[in-house]
Write a protein that binds this ligand. Structure first.
Ligand SMILES: [Zn+2]
Ligand SMILES: [Zn+2]
Ligand SMILES: [Zn+2]
Ligand SMILES: [Zn+2]
Ligand SMILES: [Zn+2]
Length: 486
């Protein structure tokens, strides 16, 4: 790919590759044979050349100055923690990956804290990314920084090992030939437990790369997820979304984005995955309404369909037009009432409740069908307290993270939902999170709908995201159902 209809250099890629050290930290240009990248003095970021380094120096100088000191200060502690992870005695291959993941999270915390103490201020987002995304060897889990610390503490004069990327995907790493031989077969031949299509980790990495490059082209340099496609056609009647999948959207996508068709099938596949990132929300709503209502299709014929989106935040707000897909698939519904409720909404819709109407497509206007939009900047139980009789057709929380943050607040919310018998659904971005959340729901006495136990969401996003805290995990927006009930 050398050119694109938008004229944006497809080699410009977003921060994930930058953070893995395979793209320039300043201009984002990818590492290639003619552009091998120079390592900065701090050894944690890379640049095309001294010009790119100079251009970024005014902002990077602070982190750069303290990184080496930080490594010296916490080096011993990190190394001791690393060696306490169980390994094969001869090969040093890690045998307990759970402990390795814990170590990775702890390392990030320790290094961040040390850097913040040295700087006397919290790290800004860009700086936190540099700390949180170090490449790890697939077999032993070590990073370049650990090898350096090890060499320095042992006062060895030999050059410390440097991680090399897998030659096929460039997104997984190994420290030496023998560790590559150990990890290679699993990485290249075994289906990853995080794949729906039996892809190997190497193939999933390659897909991530394609998605990153595609999103650079279609959303003008912004991150994955900022491309929003609202299909503009109205169905003649409701038809089930249980027997179909994302392939059903292919034809419409090709038609809507003719300008990109010349980029080829692989690119259009990546574009469909990009579209699924946000379309996953309305489709998950339709799918869960269908599952929860079973054979009773009265909900498809209501004049007013009332949906509550809990913990709504930037993602929901920034892609709000995709929710029109709900009315496009439900031609008998005259008004969709879409109510977003979440404590962070004040940043987008102001501190007071907002009651308005969304701009719809001309077909919807012509057929006098509308979307009423309400935004309440508060938690759901605060919202419900004032409206005791309110019962929407569905209350849904996308990637709520209710097992990670605001645990108590979420608990009050899902307990209230269950008590009031509100049809509800919670999604998560991976299996671990979904299982954790389902345990919390269980403990609150919630009885799941038989089909809505932790499971893959057929309408989860197709965009895979590499998990920075592990060396093998991926996540997908709404990829998992944590639980659903009524
Ligand atoms: Zn550069
Ligand atoms: Zn630096
Ligand atoms: Zn290794
Ligand atoms: Zn690979
Ligand atoms: Zn419309």
């Amino acid at each position: 790919m050398s050119s694109s209809p938008t004229g944006i250099d497809p080699l410009h890629i977003p921060p994930v590759l930058v953070n893995l050290g395979i793209a320039c930290h300043y201009c984002l240009k990818e590492k290639t044979a003619p552009n091998p990248l120079l390592q900065c003095a701090c050894r944690h970021v890379w640049y095309c050349n001294t010009e790119c380094r100079k251009a970024e120096w005014p902002t990077h100088t602070y982190l750069c100055d303290v990184y080496q000191t930080a490594e010296e200060e916490c080096g011993r502690k990190l190394l001791d923690a690393y060696w306490s992870i169980p390994k094969d005695r001869d090969t040093l291959v890690v045998t307990n990956f759970g402990m390795l993941e814990e170590f990775i999270s702890n390392t990030e915390r320790v290094v961040t804290k040390t850097l913040e103490d040295l700087l006397g201020r919290p790290l800004v987002f860009q700086e936190r990314q540099v700390v949180g995304w170090e490449p790890h060897c697939l077999a032993c889990g070590r990073t370049d920084a650990l090898f350096r610390i090890e060499a320095e503490l042992a006062k060895r004069n030999t050059r410390p090992a440097v991680l090399k990327p897998c030659p096929y995907c460039n997104l997984s790493f190994y420290c030496c030939e023998s560790h590559w031989r150990t990890a290679k077969s699993k990485h290249e031949n075994e289906p990853s437990p995080y794949s729906r299509d039996n892809l190997t980790q190497c193939e999933m990495n390659k897909r991530c790369l394609e998605d990153l490059r595609c999103s650079q082209i279609i959303s003008a340099g912004s991150a994955v997820g900022e491309f929003t496609w609202r299909p503009e056609r109205i169905f003649a009647s409701w038809s089930s979304v249980r027997d179909i999948d994302w392939a059903n959207y292919e034809y419409g996508l090709y038609k809507a984005f003719k300008a990109y068709n010349s980029m080829g099938k692989r690119f259009m596949d990546a574009m469909l995955r990009a579209a699924s990132e946000n379309l996953s929300m309305p489709l998950t709503i339709l799918w869960s309404l269908e599952v929860l209502n079973g054979d009773d299709d009265a909900w498809t014929k209501k004049d007013v369909l009332d949906i509550h989106v809990l913990g709504a935040d930037e993602l929901e707000i920034s892609s709000i037009e995709v929710f029109e897909e709900i009315v496009h698939r439900l031609p008998l519904v005259k008004t969709l009432v879409l109510t977003f409720i979440g404590p962070n909404l004040d940043k987008f819709t102001g501190p007071e409740p907002l009651i308005t109407e969304l701009k719809t497509c001309s077909d919807c206007i012509h057929n006098e069908r509308s979307i009423a939009f309400n935004s309440y900047p508060m938690t759901y139980h605060q919202y419900m307290d004032d409206r005791d009789s309110t019962k929407p057709d569905l209350a849904i929380a996308f990637n709520s993270g209710c097992s990670k943050s605001d645990i108590e607040s979420w608990k009050t919310t899902y307990r209230a939902l269950s008590r009031k018998r509100v049809p509800s659904l919670f999604t998560a971005s991976n299996e671990v999170e979904a299982q954790r959340e389902s345990v919390l729901f269980h403990r609150s006495g919630i009885k799941f709908h038989p089909e809505l136990h932790p499971r893959h969401n057929p309408w989860g996003s197709l965009i895979l995201k590499i998990d920075s805290k592990t060396i093998s995990r991926f996540s997908e927006n709404n990829g998992w159902i944590s639980g659903g009930w009524q």
